[in-house]
Design a protein around this ligand. Sequence first.
Ligand code: SF4
Length: 321
Amino acid sequence: MDVKHEMPPPEHIPPLGPAARDRAQREALKLEKRLCRQTGQAITDFHMIEAGDRVMVCLSGGKDSHGLLDILLKLQARAPVRFELVAVNLDQKQPGFPAEVLPAYLRALGIEHRIETQDTYSIVKAKIAEGKTTCSLCSRLRRGILYRVARELRCNKIALGHHRDDMLQTFFLNLFFGGKLKGMPPKLVTDNGEFIVIRPLAYVAEQDLTAWAAHRRFPLIPCNLCGNQPNLQRQAVGDMLRAWDKQYPGRIESMFTALQNVVPSHLMDGALHGFASLKPTGVPNAQGDKAFDEEPLECGARAVPTQITSKTSLQHNWSLS
Ligand code: SF4
């Protein structure tokens, strides 16, 4: 599974003195509030979870999916609507996969869960020539299995642990290598039309999930068990975004806000804007073309964007400050 940046095992974290422990606890509380607030806000903005939903939470054993399950459980306890969560892990029989770790963790949590064991590793190894990338067949097999499991568990939604940085990276990968202005959606119907995929961590920064995994000491499972090479293009885009943000702090937030602030008339997709039928309106419009003037740059960054402000979504606001 595509999990990144694992944490060191807890025994490698040096013990803290009392003052440092107090400070760490305060920081952890702030972090927990931020994670809950941002996740609740994304759920509200995109109407991700509604009353009566049964949500299958995909748990790979990496820091992101652990964080997702943990935060969703916290939100479920105080949400304005009732819904169910079922944690699902797919054991793909990769060599060295610690098969007992997640069942023990989920049993200790006392939540509904399912461990699905399917040896996709052998299938992929048998079908793909040595040295060729195995991810596309592996993902296709995994997708089919997860849809079947969601059906068997009577879940209508599938929650994935992708975060804000995954979404930005996907946008730039499509831009640089795919020739498309296309990102990773916070909510979309599955390709077979059967379920809704949701990404409740859409507003959460990866570094917050890393810190939360360390604080909660999740039993993380390494991400390189399949022996596949990491996606070098994704890695390069991730490095580029981190370097940009270091040089110009706030750039990540601005780019993320841009994903929610699309102006089709100022792009070049004829399917989104009627260039062919365009006529003068005779009415002044500040958004119209300013001909020779350079467009002024408006500062558009918002820490947590709020798109949908309908009465209903505000009434059911999940944000917890
Ligand atoms: S081949 Fe490995 S890295 Fe690729 S999708 Fe499968 S588990 Fe993830």
